[in-house]
Ligand binder design. Structure first.
Ligand SMILES: Cc1cc2nc3c(=O)[nH]c(=O)nc-3n(C[C@H](O)[C@H](O)[C@H](O)COP(=O)(O)OP(=O)(O)OC[C@H]3O[C@@H](n4cnc5c(N)ncnc54)[C@H](O)[C@@H]3O)c2cc1C
Length: 256
C-alpha cells in the first residue's frame, strides 16, 4: 500500500486514492499490507471478533446481533439493519468505489471482472456472506480509471486520534467544476456503511448544481438518507453529513 501511495501517477492524477492510502493504519502496516488484503479485510466489529460473544449473525448465522443492543460506537448506519451493523473498515475501498474501480478475479474455472461497487455484499439476512468471491477465487488485479484532467479529488477521514485508527466517518470526493457549476461528481462514504458506500443520489444532486454550501449540504442529506441507528451510532448521522460537506468544500475550494 505504501508503494502505491508513492506512485507518480497516483500522486498526480488520483489524490483521493493517495490520501486514503496514507490515512490507513500505520506506516508499518501499509508497508506489509496488500491491496487485495485491504479489500478483503474483515470487519473490526468487536462482537464478531470476540468468540465468547454468542450472538453474531456474521460468525454464527441465525444467532442474532449483540452490537444492536450493546455499545456500538464504531458501527455502520448505512446498509445496516437489525441482523448486522458491522462496518466495512477499509479506507482505500471508499476511494476506489468512488472511482469505479474494477476487480479482476481468477478462479479454477477462469477469469472474470466485477466492479468494486458490486464486489462487497450488504448483509441483509446473511451477514456471513461479505463479497462475491467464490470458493477458490483470488483477486489478481484492480483497475483504477484515471480521473479526467481538471478533476480535483480528496479523502477526509474523521477518527478518534490522528493516526493508527479506523474511521468514525470518512468521505472520498472528486469534482470537475466548470464556470462555478459541478460538471461531474463522485462521492463515497466510509466508516458508516456495511460496505464501502457509493453515494449516487448525492452525486446526482451535485451534478449541474452551483458550487456552494447549499448544494453541498443537500448532497450530504442525500448521502446519509434513511440511516439505521442504535443509541451508540446516532452521532454518526450528523458527523457523516458534515464530513461530506467539508470534503466537498476542500475539493472545490469553495466555502460560502
Ligand atoms: C491495528 C490495525 C489498524 C488498521 N487500520 C486500518 C485503517 O485505518 N484503514 C484501513 O483501511 N485498514 C486498516 N487496517 C487493515 C489493514 O489495512 C489490513 O489488515 C490490510 O490491508 C490487510 O492486508 P494484508 O495484505 O495483510 O491482507 P491479509 O490480512 O493477508 O488478508 C486479508 C484477507 O484477505 C484475503 N486475501 C488477501 N489477498 C487476497 C487476494 N489477492 N485474493 C483473495 N483473497 C485475498 C486473505 O486470505 C485474508 O482472508 C488496520 C489493521 C490493523 C491490524
Amino acid at each position: 500500500m505504501e508503494e502505491l501511495a508513492a506512485d507518480p501517477v497516483v500522486i498526480e492524477r488520483l489524490p483521493v486514492v493517495r490520501e486514503a492510502l496514507l490515512l490507513s493504519a500505520s506506516t508499518q502496516l501499509r508497508n506489509m499490507a496488500t491491496i487485495g488484503g485491504n479489500i478483503l479485510q474483515r470487519t473490526r466489529c468487536r462482537y464478531f471478533r470476540d468468540a465468547t460473544v454468542a450472538a453474531c449473525n456474521k460468525r454464527a448465522p441465525g444467532s442474532g446481533c449483540a452490537a444492536v443492543t450493546g455499545p456500538a460506537r464504531m458501527h455502520a448506519i448505512l446498509g445496516a439493519d437489525e441482523h448486522c451493523i458491522a462496518v466495512h473498515a477499509s479506507d482505500l475501498c471508499v476511494s476506489l468505489v468512488a472511482l469505479d474501480a474494477d476487480v479482476h478475479i481468477q478462479g479454477t474455472g477462469g477469469r472474470r471482472t466485477v466492479p468494486l461497487t458490486g464486489f462487497h455484499v450488504r448483509p441483509g439476512d446473511r451477514p456471513d456472506i461479505e463479497n462475491v468471491l467464490g470458493h477458490g477465487e483470488i483477486i489478481t488485479e484492480v483497475d483504477v480509471p484515471l480521473l479526467p484532467v481538471g478533476t480535483r479529488s480528496g479523502y477526509l477521514k474523521v477518527r478518534d486520534r490522528a493516526s493508527y485508527e479506523f474511521a468514525l466517518t470518512s468521505a472520498a470526493a472528486a469534482l470537475r467544476v466548470e464556470d462555478g457549476v459541478v460538471a461531474e461528481a463522485r462521492l463515497a462514504l466510509g466508516g458508516v456503511g456495511t460496505v464501502p458506500w457509493r453515494a449516487r443520489e448525492a452525486e446526482e444532486i451535485l451534478t449541474g448544481a452551483p458550487v456552494d454550501d447549499e448544494t453541498f449540504r443537500a448532497a450530504a442529506e442525500a448521502a446519509v438518507r434513511d440511516p439505521f441507528t442504535v443509541p451508540g451510532t446516532e452521532f454518526k448521522v450528523e458527523l457523516a453529513k458534515r464530513t461530506v460537506v467539508r470534503i466537498l468544500q476542500t475539493v472545490s475550494g469553495v466555502r460560502s
